[in-house]
Design a protein around this ligand. Structure first.
Ligand code: ADP
Length: 292
């Protein structure tokens, strides 16, 4: 059986409805995977594929999306199934029909993100490791947020950067930050369910104007880490932030912590893409070290 024949069969089994798939339509836009719409003319599914060794990544994405969807807060498409066929791994998701934003939509999104962040846990971490971009993201449960951020976020990416040949100043400044940044954590964050990779490319609005999030790197962490990421590449409206702050005010120390949290993503970009991200990471380290 072909890959697409198997996926159609799996969809029929999982839904309990016959599914006579039309040829898949390729969709651009993905950073990591190939993306397709698979439809029988009535029901459409969004399918991502990659090499068979990435099945684990899709399983983690499936668990993350379904955990986000189960909160009933910010809308996230449900994952129907994952699997592999020959040398291809796949994930099948509820298909989103994208539409346009509105001031009201942005406001609701801000409120809903605060509601998502109210979903707490006993500790920081997640039930399994997942990926951030294509990079491994470790989520071992940890009750101490500073240790979590030091060992499983910044420390991990700094070590990876060293292995990728980025030694020197980045590493010496990085080590200094790891021993000093606890001084910046003065707000006692509760473990909050996070999207984990919340930039504008993983956020949109449906045809009915509802905000939607996808492609997560879910874990329980400081909610400020999600907010910081929305600011890293921009694209989120002032209404969104105003509504979030009304629903759950933000501690003043966020002004500096934002850089601490975004440093993780900039280091990850350095590890994935190299180039100009080294300068950016060094600038951020200098800024942070001046504050602690
Ligand atoms: P990748 O894992 O390769 O980064 P994404 O999950 O970000 O891929 O998806 C790539 C693009 O496909 C997104 O930017 C978005 O436009 C679209 N997309 C993502 N999820 C869905 C979905 N469930 N239904 C329809 N389109 C989607």
């Amino acid at each position: 059986m072909s890959l697409w024949g198997e996926i159609a069969d799996q969809i029929a089994q999982a839904t309990g409805h016959g599914f006579q798939a039309q040829p898949p339509r390729g969709q651009g836009g993905g950073c990591i995977n190939q993306a397709f719409t698979l439809s029988d003319g009535v029901q459409s599914w969004f399918v991502k594929t990659n090499g068979a060794t990435r099945l684990d990544m899709f399983e983690a994405e499936s668990e993350g999306l379904n955990a986000l969807a189960a909160t009933g807060t910010l809308y996230a498409p449900r994952a129907l199934l994952t699997g592999s066929h020959g040398d291809t791994a796949y994930i099948v998701l509820e298909h989103i029909e994208f539409g346009r934003d509105s001031n009201l939509g942005w406001r609701r999104a801000g409120q809903q993100l605060a509601e998502l962040h109210r979903c707490g846990s006993h500790a920081f971490g997640w039930q399994r490791a997942n990926t951030i971009g294509a990079t491994h993201q470790s989520n071992t449960w940890q009750s101490d947020w500073v240790r979590f951020w030091r060992d499983q976020r910044l420390g991990f990416q700094l070590e990876l950067a060293a292995r990728n040949g980025h030694g020197g100043r980045l590493q010496t400044r990085g080590e200094q930050l790891l021993t000093r940044f606890a001084a910046l954590i003065d707000h006692d964050p509760p473990p909050a369910l996070l999207h984990g990779d919340l930039w504008s490319g993983n956020f949109g609005f449906t045809r009915t104007g509802e905000a939607v999030i996808y492609d997560p790197a879910t874990y329980y962490g400081d909610r400020e880490a999600d907010l910081a990421m929305t600011e890293l590449f921009g694209g989120f409206s002032a209404d969104f932030y105003a509504a979030y702050r009304e629903a759950w005010p933000i501690h003043p120390g966020y002004r500096v912590r934002k850089t601490l949290y975004n440093l993780y993503h900039v280091l990850n970009h350095l590890n994935l893409f190299g180039g100009g991200y080294l300068r950016q990471a060094e600038r951020m380290l200098d800024e942070l070290l001046a504050e602690c």
